[in-house]
Design a protein around this ligand. Structure first.
Ligand code: CP
Ligand code: NVA
Length: 303
C-alpha cells in the first residue's frame, strides 16, 4: 500500500508503472463511456491550496467524483496554512474528517510536515521543489504518444524548477535520459540530481538550447517565473532571453519529437503560440492526462 505522494522519490519504478497502467485503463473506460467501479464511494479528498490552479483543482475534483467520492476545496484564505494554527494541528484535524489530503503549497517542507502528522495519504499538488502529479501525467502522455518510455531522451528548456525536478526523478525511474538547457544560476537542485543519478538516471545540464534540443524525443518547457517568484519576474525575463521553444527549435529535435508544457503557458516567453499549436505539440492531451493519472494515484493511495 502506498502511503503518500510527496515526491516521486516516495515511489519505486514498479509503483509508477502500475499507476500508469491503471491510468491508461481508467482513460480507456472513460473514453468508452463506461462508468468506473465507485471504488472511492463515501470518501472525501481535502484539497488545500496556497496558490491558484486550474488543472490541479479541477482534475482532482472531477476525478474524485468519477470514482464515486467527493472533493472539498479549501482555498488560501480559509485555513491560512502556517498562520492561523500549526501545520501539524491542521494535518491531525483534517485526518479526522477526510480520507486524503491534496495540498498545493509554497515551501515543500509544508508537504513533509503534513505527511509526517496526517493519518491519511498526503498528495503533493505542487510545492516549490516538486510537482509529482504533473510528472505522472507527463509520463502517461509520452507513453501514449511514443508507445515506450525506456531509452527516450527528454530535453527540458528553461528553469530548473519544481516541474523539472519531478521530471528528473520520473525519467530516472522509468529509463528516459534527462537533459536541461538553462541559464547559468538556474540549474536544478543538486540534491535532486544526485538522487536521480543514484537511482541510475542520466542527467545532463547544458546552457546551449540548440545543442540540448538535438537528439530530443521530447521537448519540454515551463514558465520562467514560477508562482511565488513574482518579485524576480523582470530579472528572469532578461536572464531567460533565448530560452524560448519555437518551431525552428522543434525542427532540430528528433523526428517524431513531442512538445510538452505543463501549462499555464506564457506565449512569446518560454513557448511561442505557433509551436504550441504545431502537430508535435501534445500540451492539451498532457493537461487531460492529469485527470487519468491522478485518478489512478487516488485509487492506489485511498482505494
Ligand atoms: N499544470 C498545473 O499544475 O496547472 P494548474 O496550476 O492550473 O493546476
Ligand atoms: N513551475 C510552475 C508550474 C505551474 C504548474 C509554478 O510553480 O508556478
Amino acid at each position: 500500500m502506498l502511503r503518500h505522494l510527496a515526491t516521486l522519490a516516495d515511489w519505486n519504478s514498479q509503483d509508477i508503472w502500475e499507476t500508469l497502467e491503471l491510468a491508461a485503463h481508467l482513460k480507456r473506460e472513460h473514453r468508452a463511456g463506461i462508468s468506473h467501479q465507485p471504488v472511492l464511494e463515501g470518501m472525501t479528498l481535502g484539497m488545500v491550496f496556497q496558490k491558484p490552479s486550474l488543472r490541479t483543482r479541477v482534475s482532482f475534483e472531477v476525478g474524485m467524483n468519477q470514482l464515486g467520492g467527493r472533493a472539498l476545496y479549501i482555498g488560501p484564505d480559509e485555513i491560512k496554512l502556517g498562520q492561523r494554527e500549526t501545520t501539524e494541528d491542521i494535518a491531525i484535524v483534517l485526518s479526522r474528517y477526510v480520507d486524503g489530503i491534496m495540498a498545493r503549497v509554497f515551501g515543500h517542507e509544508v508537504i513533509e510536515e503534513l505527511a509526517r502528522h496526517a493519518t491519511v495519504p498526503v498528495i503533493n499538488g505542487l510545492s516549490d521543489l516538486y510537482h509529482p502529479c504533473q510528472a505522472l501525467g507527463d509520463m502517461l502522455t509520452i507513453w501514449e504518444k511514443r508507445r515506450t518510455l525506456e531509452g527516450l531522451a527528454l530535453t527540458f528548456v528553461g528553469d530548473g524548477n519544481n516541474v523539472a525536478h519531478s521530471l528528473i526523478i520520473a525519467c530516472a525511474k522509468l529509463g528516459l535520459s534527462f537533459r536541461i538547457a538553462c541559464p547559468r544560476g538556474h540549474e536544478p537542485d543538486g540534491k535532486v540530481v544526485a538522487y536521480a543519478q543514484k537511482e541510475g538516471g542520466q542527467v545532463e545540464i547544458m546552457h546551449n538550447v540548440r545543442e540540448a534540443a538535438q537528439g530530443a524525443d521530447v521537448l519540454y518547457t515551463d514558465v520562467w517565473t514560477s508562482m511565488g517568484q513574482e518579485n524576480e519576474a523582470t530579472e528572469r525575463d532578461n536572464v531567460f532571453q533565448g530560452f524560448t521553444v519555437d518551431e525552428p527549435l522543434l525542427s532540430t529535435a528528433n523526428d517524431g519529437c513531442i512538445l510538452l508544457h505543463c501549462l499555464p503557458a506564457h506565449y512569446g516567453e518560454e513557448l511561442t503560440y505557433e509551436a504550441s499549436r504545431h502537430q508535435a505539440s501534445a500540451i492539451f492531451d498532457q493537461a487531460e492526462n492529469r485527470l487519468h493519472a491522478q485518478k489512478a494515484a487516488l485509487v492506489r493511495l485511498l482505494g
